[in-house]
Design a binder for this molecule. Structure first.
Ligand code: ADP
Ligand code: PMV
Length: 402
């Protein structure tokens, strides 16, 4: 059994946060910031996890992990989450409940319980994960972690490009990864929408409407952004509830605002589907949509002084920013047009970091889930010491589900 890496990106909501709760369309894209998982066989029948981003190092005996019998629909996941198994695994991992660490561990063991063959269950494996993404900042770290796990477990158990799934299309394999990643997301979050794991699995950009199938945004061109984590903690539920209160108080005012946000996503889709549209013109129009969307979100009450600070600093240099995700703190995105010089980017970063913010430059719209088989085993220490550039290097022959 060779060693391999799996990898998956984070996500950013480009347009339509909050409006999506009211069944309007939202647009999200995959980030160049990714999580990476090293999977290696070991000889002692143990499962060892090394997840430094959530301070978890733990070993269990493989044969002690509860396992599920084959179910109808195999290898697709059952339609409902097995809450009994989640409870059982939460006790099994023996970590304080409801922490980052226990969620990460239970999500892995949940997939292991369902997917492991007898052979895999009696062997031992190391799972090590490192991420470029800040955890809990609304950039989809949990989805990218979940997609890494789903890809790893499906690969390990022969469901990806192996004899069991021989004849399956890439799209079917990608769908399988996405469905299992959604299971892991459910273990971590309870009731996620599915947009984060879908963007992370597919890559590129997607259009999303509640209750409808998430569809790729046709013609999307990769864009460059500066992401700013204001480090002000925010709770999605609180922001969503505040917008709900405003909506219920002034429906005739708030509904047209939500409709206007919907039209921004529609305009974004139209922008990318215009054949032969000049890139510079596209970026100008995109920047205008960024501005309008932020204005509407501010009117909905979900901005915050730190987010306005990001807008003020970036607009001084002629750049367009908006909050992304729930708002009330969290992250903002700033569009970096192709003609913006590296000096300008460095200057805006310097100004933002001087406010105590964390800045991350990244592309939006790149690859989704990927696998890379290693020719030689790699020590966990070496894996964890590598940076983004190492994993991105062209010599690494990643396979993506595209
Ligand atoms: N690099 C990682 N290693 C292990 N677990 C991770 C990692 N990144 C995310 N997670 C899991 O995902 C959870 C974070 O989810 P969440 O708070 O929704 O943040 P985000 O908005 O970044 O997705 C963590 O509590 C942990 O269980
Ligand atoms: C505000 C909302 O539209 C997006 C929240 O995004 P995040 O939790 O910041 O990634 C809520 C939702 O769609 O469930």
């Amino acid at each position: 059994m060779p060693s391999y890496f799996t990898s998956a990106p984070g996500k950013v909501i480009l347009f339509g946060e909050h409006a999506v709760v009211y069944s309007k369309v939202a647009t999200a894209g995959s980030l160049g910031l990714r999580s990476y998982n090293l999977v290696q066989e070991r000889t002692d029948g143990a499962i060892e996890v090394n997840f430094p981003d959530v301070q978890l190092v733990r070993t269990w005996r493989s044969s002690d992990i509860p396992r599920q019998a084959r179910w109808e629909g195999y290898p697709y996941p059952p339609s409902t989450m097995n809450t009994e198994l989640v409870d059982q695994l939460t006790k099994f991992v023996d970590l304080a409940e409801h922490t980052n660490r226990s969620h990460a561990a239970v999500a892995l063991l949940y997939l292991h319980s369902y997917l492991s063959t007898d052979e895999i269950a009696s062997s031992g494996y190391d799972f090590s994960v490192r991420s470029d993404l800040p955890v809990g900042a609304g950039l989809g770290s949990s989805a990218s972690y979940s997609v890494c796990l789903a890809t790893a477990l499906l690969q390990l158990n022969g469901h990806l490009s192996s004899s069991i799934t021989a004849g399956w299309t890439v799209a079917e394999q990608r769908d399988l990864v996405n469905q299992w990643a959604f299971q892991a997301e459910k273990v971590i979050h309870g009731n996620p929408s599915g947009i984060d794991n879908t963007v992370s699995t597919l890559g590129g950009a997607v259009m999303f409407k509640k209750g409808e199938k998430i569809k790729p945004l046709p013609g999307f061109q990769s864009l460059r952004f500066l992401l700013t984590n204001t480090r002000v903690p925010r709770e999605t539920q609180v922001q969503v509830a505040n917008v709900r209160k405003l909506h219920d108080k002034f429906p005739n005012i708030v509904n047209p605002m939500l409709d206007a946000i919907h039209e921004i996503s529609v305009s974004c889709e139209e922008l990318f589907s215009q054949p032969g549209l000049d890139r510079s013109h596209l970026l100008t129009r995109f920047g205008e949509l960024v501005d309008v969307n932020h204005g509407l979100l501010t009117a909905l009450g979900v901005s915050h002084p730190v987010l306005e600070k990001v807008r003020e600093i970036s607009s001084r240099i002629g750049l367009k920013s908006k909050l992304t995700g729930a708002g009330g703190g969290g992250c903002a995105l700033t569009l970096i047009r192709d003609d913006v010089s590296p000096e300008t980017v460095a200057e805006v970063k310097r100004l933002l970091e001087a406010e105590g913010f964390q800045c991350m430059e990244t592309q939006v719209g790149g690859h989704g889930a990927g696998i890379l088989t290693l020719e030689q085993p790699m020590s966990i220490e070496e894996f964890l010491s590598h940076d983004k550039a190492y994993f991105e290097a062209a010599t690494h022959n990643w396979t993506y589900f595209e």
